[in-house]
Design a protein around this ligand. Structure first.
Ligand code: ADP
Ligand code: MG
Length: 751
């Protein structure tokens, strides 16, 4: 950014005007021009004043009914009282001053019949609602001549995200001051001319004028669309560059070897692969056989069997003499993967041991909480190549971890890992390893394009045959009869030899806030919290007086003393347990020694106990949709139908209630993912899905702007193909760099 756009606002507007803007994070002309209006006021339509709330900071469009200045007898000084109206209701405006003269200019402006925007905090005086010393702007009054006044009066009024210190029209004025003198030469455009011409888009300057100073609604709509396209285009160009860079890298080809581990594994598999697993498996096998790194996203419904696909890919690589690393988001999941792998491989995982298969390999497990001895052993097996498969958590990213010949990186349940972590692991290969990324839940196509846009996508849509399915119900927490029924049901299932999960949002009843990392991002970076519920902020009016969230330890005690569950062993699992205890708890549950497991969301991803048929989720309304969907995917994995009971304290009609009701209504992960996006803000979605990416997207909406994203992707890919280093597209190059900087910053802040 150079020239006029880079100019500090303090220079352009003066220190006094720039100060409050700086507090909003707006430092330069460019920052201010990217502070887009949230919506637009229609100058012809007045605000319905019946809806104003006491104590609320409001901006209303209203017409002046009357205004009079009078002296105040009791206190001295003068008072201007005005009344504005929406045509039906009235709102008072009150101004005080030492002398009546000081109020004359207001009186002069606030002439009956004029309309304007008034902003202030709503208070009440003798039963009438009013604004004291409101800030205001009158339509058409601040223009120089009549004709201009007419034009100004008919424009849609941009309403900016504002603060009490900087009302929206102060921002509007500041924007006008910096925008009006700009020329096309001042405003470089990251969208190349030929793309703009082809799609019939306005220039960047035109678009800025359209959103900040629109002539009519169609005008700002067109400008906004063009700016959305720009955001999508810059992002897609960055992703296209990333794809092109990795495609140009060299990898080791790892073609299948007949009569190797993979063939043995397939022969021992207790089920037939689904069509989808077979199709994706062939695709992956072919790409692994190429001397160019595979870059693939495997997404699919919960329980669709993504792990088997990944295992088979890993075995192909081991057969070809390479190693595979499997990166899991939690210790529980990493341990389970290692257990499953060893179990499925049997003697094949005992390479080099007495009784192990001749062509066998080893599976090493590396997590943050290993003892020094076990850790050293695992590191050694990875570095020597003795372990063909190394399973781990973030610990795998550490500097001390070396591989003899890393050929494939599998990232399981991607939503807890960012691009940076993927890269850190990829960097451990001598040449670029192949990469397979798996999502925890299905994601809509444009989210895949936006968040995982540097990867090719495969999707598993079908579930393996013989699944009996899951039924879900919302249980109002306050209804004793329903709650009775919950435990009755748990008892019935346990008596039939099956198991139940009971999920709580907190560990300890004394934790006065949520568990660490309650923004759902705690697992980023180095920490290895296993229970990081992805709590949602409560919307306005939802907070109220709520009972404290249920806690694992408290609920376990309650269940142990419940006559209905007499004789049932209740297990406990949460992230603060020592790893050995976590493993033991999981193993006892899997083996049926403890038929009920009270747990945090530590079981959210991937945990696989086929006999588990019931899940009770306390405070279900406080979890995110995809998290609940993922949790629920832990049951009904065997031949018996699953029952998910969502205990909720949400008030009917709130977004929280909408979330749990949606969950109860469908098990279609794609449908839920789309709904999830609609109920949240975009920043949330992208932020939760992956670090970064959100800061540069101000206007773009990943679901609603699907067409635009697809269009931007096609155009950006073409531009990058023709000019991979973007040597002829300096502005685009700068925009990408700025975006990466912002991402990096965000990532560092969060880590
Ligand atoms: P997800 O896609 O959610 O990660 P998993 O890979 O954990 O699903 O698979 C869920 C369960 O289904 C596991 O117990 C797995 O062994 C089993 N499974 C996978 N593929 C098949 C298949 N083709 N037929 C029957 N069961 C399968
Ligand atoms: Mg899985």
């Amino acid at each position: 950014m150079t020239g006029r756009l880079a100019e500090p606002l303090a220079t352009t507007l003066g220190k006094r005007a720039a100060g409050p803007l700086a507090k909003m994070g707006l430092e330069t002309v460019d920052d201010l021009l990217r502070h887009y209006p949230r919506r637009y006021g229609d100058p012809g339509r007045l605000t319905d004043m019946d809806r104003l709330q006491l104590g609320e900071h409001v901006t209303v469009m209203a017409r002046v009914a009357r205004a009079t200045v009078r002296p105040m007898r009791s206190r001295g000084g003068a008072l201007l009282q005005a009344v504005v109206t929406d045509g039906r209701h009235e709102l008072g405006l009150t101004f005080f001053a030492k002398r009546a003269g000081a109020l004359r200019p207001h009186e002069d402006k606030l002439r009956p019949g004029r309309s304007g925007l008034f902003t202030g905090v709503v208070s009440e005086y003798r039963g009438t609602r009013q604004l004291t010393h409101p800030d205001y702007i009158l339509v058409g009054v601040d223009a120089d001549d009549d004709e201009e006044a007419m034009v100004e009066a008919s424009r849609p009024i941009p309403l900016y995200p504002a603060t009490a210190a900087v009302p929206t029209w102060r921002i509007q004025r500041a924007v006008r001051t910096v925008l009006d003198p700009l020329t096309e030469d001042d405003v470089d455009d990251p969208v190349p001319d030929e793309v703009r011409a082809r799609l019939g888009l306005p220039t960047r300057l035109d678009a800025l004028r359209a959103v900040h100073v629109p002539d009519a609604a169609e005008h700002w709509q067109r400008g906004r669309r063009r700016l959305r396209f720009e955001e999508a285009f810059v992002l897609q160009a960055a992703l296209a560059q990333r794809r092109a860079r990795t495609a140009a890298e060299e990898a080791t080809a790892r073609p299948p070897r007949p009569a190797g581990l993979l063939d043995d594994f397939d022969a021992a598999l207790p089920f037939a692969l689904t069509d989808g697993q077979r199709r994706v498996g062939e695709q992956v096998a072919a790409e692994l056989s190429e001397a160019r790194p595979m870059q693939r996203l495997l997404q699919g419904e919960v329980g669709s069997g993504k792990t088997v696909v990944a295992l088979r890919a890993m075995l192909q690589v081991v057969d070809a003499g390479g190693q595979a690393a499997l990166l899991a988001p939690t210790e529980v999941l990493a341990a389970q993967h290692a257990r499953t792998l060893r179990g499925m491989l049997g003697p094949l995982a005992e390479g080099g041991l007495l009784g192990g298969a001749a062509h066998g390999t080893r599976v090493a497990l590396l997590t943050g909480s290993l003892g020094a001895g076990a850790r050293k052993e695992a590191l050694l097996q990875a570095a020597s190549g003795e372990a063909g498969i190394v399973v781990g958590t973030h610990a795998l990213l550490g500097d001390q971890v070396q591989f003899a010949d890393l050929g494939l990186v599998v990232v399981d349940e991607q939503h807890r890992f960012g691009v940076e972590q993927r890269d850190a692991l990829r960097a451990k290969g001598r040449v670029a390893p192949h990469l397979l990324v798996m999502t925890a839940t299905p994601i809509p196509r444009t989210v895949a394009m936006t968040v995982f846009g540097d990867l090719e996508t495969s999707t598993l849509t079908e579930l393996p045959a013989g699944r009996a399915g899951i039924t879900s119900h919302v249980v109002p927490a306050a209804n004793p009869r329903w709650n009775e029924r919950v435990w009755e049901k748990v008892r019935e299932e346990v008596d039939a030899g099956r198991r139940a999960y009971v999920v709580c949002p907190r560990i300890h009843p004394d934790d006065d806030v949520d568990v660490p990392g309650s923004t759902g991002r705690g697992a980023q970076g180095s920490a290895e919290f296993d229970d990081v519920p992805e709590f949602l902020e409560l919307a306005d009016g939802e907070a109220g007086d709520r009972a404290p969230l249920r806690a694992v330890l408290e609920v376990a005690d309650m269940l142990r003393s419940m006559p209905r569950l007499a004789g049932v062993e209740i297990g406990v699992l949460h992230g603060q347990l020592p790893p050995a205890d976590k493993d033991a708890a999981m193993a006892r549950f899997a083996a049926g020694e403890a038929s009920v497991l009270v747990s945090t969301t530590v079981i959210e991803v991937g945990v696989d106990v086929p006999e588990a048929t019931v899940m009770v989720v306390f405070d279900a309304d406080r979890f995110g949709i995809s998290q609940l969907h993922q949790l629920r995917g832990r049951i009904g994995r065997g031949g018996h139908p699953g029952l998910c009971l969502l205990v909720s304290t949400a008030q009917p009609g709130t977004p929280a209630a909408a979330r749990v009701e949606a969950l109860a209504a469908t098990t279609d992960g794609f449908e839920l993912a789309t709904l999830d996006l609609e109920l949240r803000s975009e920043g949330d979605v992208l932020g939760a899905a992956q670090s970064g990416r959100s800061s540069s997207l101000r206007l773009l909406r990943v679901v609603k702007d699907a067409d635009l994203i697809a269009e931007a992707r096609a155009e950006a890919t073409q531009v990058v193909e023709a000019d991979p280093a973007l040597g002829d597209h300096a502005t685009l190059r700068d925009a990408i760099a700025a975006q990466l900087d912002a991402e990096q910053e965000e990532f560092l802040e969060r880590a």
